[in-house]
Design a protein around this ligand. Structure first.
Ligand code: TRP
Length: 467
């Protein structure tokens, strides 16, 4: 029997978990779904669901993982031997890999934009000249939007960067938990906070940014349609990497004496704080740039370069530095998250199929690369291929965030609430009764896991089906 690797300390465990949670979901997806759903009111629903719904799911996943020190399928089998629930658990192993495939396409876009910033593409003399007067600002907006559109709809370049992104993930995951994942995330996660804060302060200093701040803090409840509520909840699930066994797998590397509640709460809070800072870094810039907040997935890739071009009028070098920092931030954030998706699949193959890490990683990466290839091409040559009315990319995104992730969340909470014995759950949650605070709140947490979470998430799942 081989001994399972562990995260070395509480700090590194939290950095890895927070690294998984903080990602493109916070910097790329959060601002544009906020923009599509009307701002502050959406954020309120998002925060409430993160605190009341996501923490119980998070704890359920981490209890299953840490108790068994196994990835999804094996974990459920170990806790309730012979039950057929593990097959549903197996289904969740595929979800993070689907997400990994399309997520890596956007990861590739961020490498491309990092390369563009390194070659000073947002501060060319032409762009700076056009950005210098309000009259010709529209030209800048237009040429940046053409730049983005031209890039994602082309065939080869997005594929090259997407492949690079996937290759980097493979290298870290092959490195293993201690010398791969832990080493990488314990450095990049704290760096991310520093970088995004710098960008936020810069963004808030722009003329016209106040409108963006207002948009984020002044709720307009008339914009809160039922589909906005659902997408706020979906965003919270996505942002916390829930329902697909990522948290379960990472928790299986947490030491027995660690307090799961503390790890969970830190991770959720770091993720929420990061999303809010990212919101305040991006929305004010969107308003300052005169861009439509509901612009969709291209939002940050069109807004930020505009700001960089404007800033470049007077301070070209500073603007280039900020641009580079920004795209480095996005890339790091994306990598620490995508690694957790890949690891979930690899851990399953290693634990259950007794495969070597290298072989498991290569097989999975080959499969995901193939699916991602179609997702990438669905912005260009395959734009007309539709599955149930969506492009391939959107189909993968919707299927995972609306259905598979919610399904997994019901599964994990119901498993802990209804299949595991209450005594066992209590033992895991309180470290054998040792953690007194956890003991004091156990009944509330258990009630949330057993009754509230499965019912509410089932309602979300069904509403996604019918809406
Ligand atoms: N939470 C990450 C983000 O915000 C993405 C992510 C990592 C994820 N693992 C996941 C999303 C599992 C869904 C499921 O970018």
């Amino acid at each position: 029997m081989n001994t399972r690797e562990n995260f070395g300390s509480r700090f590194t465990a939290i950095m890895a978990m927070a690294g998984s949670a903080i990602g493109l979901g916070n910097i790329w997806r959060f601002p544009y779904v906020v923009g599509q759903n009307g701002g502050a009111a959406f954020i309120i629903v998002y925060l409430l669901s993160a605190l009341f719904l996501c923490i119980p799911i998070f704890l359920s996943e981490s209890m299953i993982g840490r108790r068994t020190q196994c990835s999804t399928f094996g974990a459920m089998d170990k806790l309730v031997p012979g039950s057929s629930w593990k097959w549903m658990g197996l289904l969740t192993v595929f979800t993070p890999l689907i997400i990994f495939s399309y997520y890596s396409v956007v990861g590739g876009w961020s490498i491309e934009y990092l390369v563009k910033s390194l070659s000073f593409s947002f501060t060319t003399p032409e762009l700076r000249a056009a950005a210098a007067s309000t009259a010709s600002e529209a030209v800048v907006r237009e040429s940046l939007s053409t730049m983005f559109g031209g890039f994602i709809t082309s065939t080869w370049m997005p594929l090259v960067f997407f492949t690079l992104f996937i290759a980097f993930n493979a290298v870290v995951v092959i490195g293993g938990v201690k010398s791969g994942i832990e080493k990488f995330t314990k450095v990049t996660t704290p760096v991310l906070f520093v970088l995004i804060l710098l960008i936020m302060f810069y963004s808030l200093s722009l003329p016209g940014s106040a409108a963006g701040v207002k948009y984020l803090v002044k709720p307009d409840f008339s914009k809160l349609t039922s589909s906005a509520i659902l997408s706020a909840m979906g965003q919270a699930f996505f942002s916390l990497s829930l329902g697909v066994g990522c948290i379960l797998t990472y928790a299986s590397y947490i030491k027995k004496e660690e307090n799961l509640l503390t790890t969970g709460i830190y991770t959720v809070i770091f993720d929420l704080v990061f999303a809010m800072i990212a919101g305040f870094a991006i929305m004010p810039a969107v308003f300052a740039a005169g861009i439509e907040p509901g612009a969709g997935p291209g939002l940050i890739f069109e807004t930020l370069p505009f700001i960089f071009a404007k800033m470049g009028v007077n301070m070209p070098w500073l603007s280039d530095v900020v641009a580079i920092l920004f795209f480095v931030t996005i890339l790091f954030a994306a990598l620490t998250s995508s690694i957790s998706m890949l690891e979930t699949g690899v851990a399953y193959m290693v634990d259950h199929k007794k495969m070597s890490r290298v072989k498991a990683t290569l097989i999975i990466v080959a499969g995901c690369w193939t699916l991602g290839l179609f997702c990438s091409l669905s912005y260009g040559p395959l734009a007309n291929v539709h599955i149930l009315g969506n492009t391939i990319f959107d189909f993968c995104d919707k299927m995972t965030s609306n259905f598979l992730m919610t399904f997994g969340s019901i599964l994990f909470t119901a498993f802990v609430g209804w299949k595991m014995s209450k005594a066992e759950v209590k033992d895991e949650f309180t470290n054998g009764g040792e953690k007194k605070f956890n003991l004091a709140i156990f009944n509330v947490v258990y009630f949330m896991i057993k009754y509230v979470a499965p019912v509410v998430i089932t309602i979300i799942f069904v509403s996604n089906l019918v809406l």
